[in-house]
Design a protein around this ligand. Structure first.
Ligand SMILES: Cc1cc2nc3c(=O)[nH]c(=O)nc-3n(C[C@H](O)[C@H](O)[C@H](O)COP(=O)(O)OP(=O)(O)OC[C@H]3O[C@@H](n4cnc5c(N)ncnc54)[C@H](O)[C@@H]3O)c2cc1C
Length: 579
């Protein structure tokens, strides 16, 4: 099997990348390999919206500045400038492809406020933005006959020879067949890794596979210590109550019914009218405020941990049904409450990875022919803290860029005659997978036990607040879990949809990702954005205005080094949102 470009992942970034390849060079054959049917990718669950300057009183510079300060100056400003410039065009293209954006009464695109954004610039399709966006991309991709899909195929390895990627090995889940799919270029669009933690908004499939695949293939991971907690998840399920609920006017109340955020410095010192609501402070600061309320005994204990309340009652049924219908549906189905008349219990929940596979602004990794885009990549526009609604447009802008760059590379250097060593590697991987099934048949450790212990370790070691002691303990525990993983048991030996085998492979990827998060977090002796250390409470620009890069050594352990951030126009300053 050979394709000029293999895209791993059929979410927002993967579909956008595949379309970009087909548009750039119609002679190329593109494969999308996805472990789930593309419409089931996590992008489908995005609710709130996608940022892109549209209003007359807004400007690209303001979107860029908000993103830069939101990132606590850890993003690359050249990437941010490209991003804000191309985001509105991408959103407009989606409109032309059929995306039903919500509109104002006069027909213009409607935009809503979002956390950390000074102006209203978040486009939305009610509160089902991800569904409509993904659907639009999927149906557009269907119109290109050169895009071939491998739905429900699980990638286990990226094939690399002499510093260049040449394809992947994947299992067809329906049959258990293992195939080598060779290619001139590979684009990793596998999404985030929230499942490394116990309580997350992320779908079960978000296990960081692509991060680990690229890491094992020799690409460094960047800024892995920055894990975003979203302040409002439903307790027990972790289902997200979108920031749009607060953008439309929702309040956060502690156990005394008090809007506690007024007691905290959220960086919204002199709010403009749009940002008057303290509930629209950035996510990292809101999640940190929750921890302080908990320490003061002002949260409410429940069987699923401490909670505060989100109050939407004053918004009224009409507004909630028009702008937040999905929120009402989720609250009713999963919490058995009606936000029109009842308070919604919420607590911070792991939501997004700012870090990921290190790429340049064209999506290229240091491994030749290997590209990455979307949540799995770190370009970086998100730095130490992503602003809500910047991720969907990131998938579009950098999915497009990676697709175009990969198409040019494949057109220039592509060749169906891949090195023999690659085919041998493919056979080795096939043998390893078959042997794994046999070896793990005699295992004694339960996959679920190791996974649960890993998740608890990550929550305790690298949660909203961390320190050296908590992280060193986490690092030791993860080493132990890696050893126990070798003895993990598989009871299911069938070839058809062997979900236990998939769980094993996912756990192996998650353990690598977890170790990289802890290693990077331990090295960064400062507090910035989502990385808050109680033993180093201040930001330290002298030492750490730099990306951390972790590279896998031949012994399997990661080495961390630093890469300066790119600053074009906005020198480091204080994070003030209301300027
Ligand atoms: C509940 C929720 C709400 C959100 N709301 C918003 C919002 O309103 N606005 C916003 O900007 N952002 C939002 N986000 C974030 C945003 O949706 C995601 O960051 C983005 O959609 C990620 O897209 P992606 O294409 O990178 O990955 P995904 O959509 O996660 O797709 C990953 C793809 O990779 C494939 N894959 C993974 N591993 C393998 C493997 N080993 N082999 C084969 N295929 C593989 C999967 O099958 C899937 O197709 C939200 C996130 C969540 C969880």
């Amino acid at each position: 099997m050979f394709h000029d470009v293999v895209v791993i992942g059929g979410g927002g970034a993967g579909l956008r990348a595949a379309i970009a390849v087909a548009e750039t060079n119609p002679r190329l054959s593109v494969a999308i390999v996805s472990k789930v049917y593309p419409m089931r990718s996590h992008t489908v669950s995005a609710e709130g919206g996608a940022a892109g300057v549209a209003a007359e009183d807004d400007s690209l510079d303001e979107h860029a500045y908000d993103t830069v300060s939101g990132s606590d100056w850890l993003c690359d400003q050249d990437a941010v400038e490209a991003f804000v410039h191309e985001a509105p065009r991408e959103l407009l293209r989606l409109e032309h492809w059929g995306c039903p954006w919500s509109r104002q009464p006069d027909g213009r695109i409607a935009v809503r406020a979002f956390g950390g954004m000074k102006k209203k610039r978040t486009w939305f399709a009610a509160d089902r933005t991800g569904f409509h966006l993904l659907h639009t991309l999927f149906q557009t991709a269907l119109s290109y006959t050169d895009i071939v899909r491998y739905d429900e195929w699980y990638v286990t390895k990226i094939l690399v020879d002499d510093g260049r990627a040449y394809g992947v090995v994947a299992i067809e889940l329906a049959t258990g067949r293992i195939e080598t799919i060779t290619a001139s270029t590979v684009i990793v669009c596998t999404g985030g890794c929230g499942r490394v933690y116990p309580f997350t908004t992320n779908a079960n499939i978000k296990t960081g596979d692509g991060m680990a695949l690229a890491y094992r293939a020799g690409a460094p991971l960047k800024d892995m210590e920055f894990v975003q907690y979203h302040p409002t998840g439903l307790p027990f399920t972790g289902i997200l109550i979108t920031e749009a609920a607060r953008a439309e006017g929702g309040w956060l109340l502690n156990k005394d019914g008090y809007r506690y955020l007024q007691d905290y410095d959220l960086g919204t010192a002199s709010p403009t009218p749009v940002m008057r609501s303290m509930e629209l402070g950035p996510r990292d600061r809101l999640s940190q405020a929750f921890v302080h309320e908990m320490e003061k005994g002002r949260t409410i204990d429940t069987p699923y941990g401490p909670i505060v309340h989100l109050d939407l009652r004053h918004l009224g049924a009409k507004l909630i049904d028009a702008k937040l219908p999905f929120v009402r549906e989720l609250c009713s189905k999963y919490q058995n409450i009606d936000p029109v008349s009842e308070l919604v219990p919420v607590r911070p929940v792991v939501h997004y990875m700012m870090g990921g596979v290190h790429t340049d602004i064209h999506g290229a990794t240091p491994v030749q022919g290997l590209y990455a885009a979307g949540e799995t990549a770190c370009v970086s526009i998100n730095g130490a803290n992503r602003l809500g609604s910047n991720s969907l447009p990131e998938c579009l802008v950098f999915g497009n860029r990676a697709g175009r760059a990969a198409a040019v590379f494949a057109g220039r250097y592509g060749d169906a005659n891949v090195p023999r060593a690659i085919l041998a590697q493919g056979r080795d991987e096939q043998r390893r997978l078959e042997q794994d099934l046999g070896r793990h048949a005699n295992g004694r450790e339960r996959i679920a036990d190791i996974r649960t212990e890993m998740q608890t370790t990550m929550e305790n070691g690298t949660g909203i607040y961390r320190d050296r002691d908590s992280m060193e303990k986490a690092a030791d525990k993860l080493r132990e879990l890696q050893e126990r993983f070798a003895k993990a048991a598989i009871d299911d030996h069938s070839q058809t949809f062997n979900t236990e085998l998939v769980a094993l492979l996912e756990l192996s990827f998650m353990l690598d990702v977890a170790e990289s998060i802890v290693a990077c977090a331990l090295r960064r002796e400062e507090s910035r954005g989502a990385h808050q250390r109680t033993d180093f409470p201040d930001r330290d620009d002298d030492r750490y205005l730099a990306h951390s890069l972790i590279q896998r050594g031949s012994d399997g352990t990661g080495r961390v080094r630093y890469l300066p951030v790119t600053i074009t126009r906005w020198p480091p300053g204080e994070r003030v949102y209301g300027r």
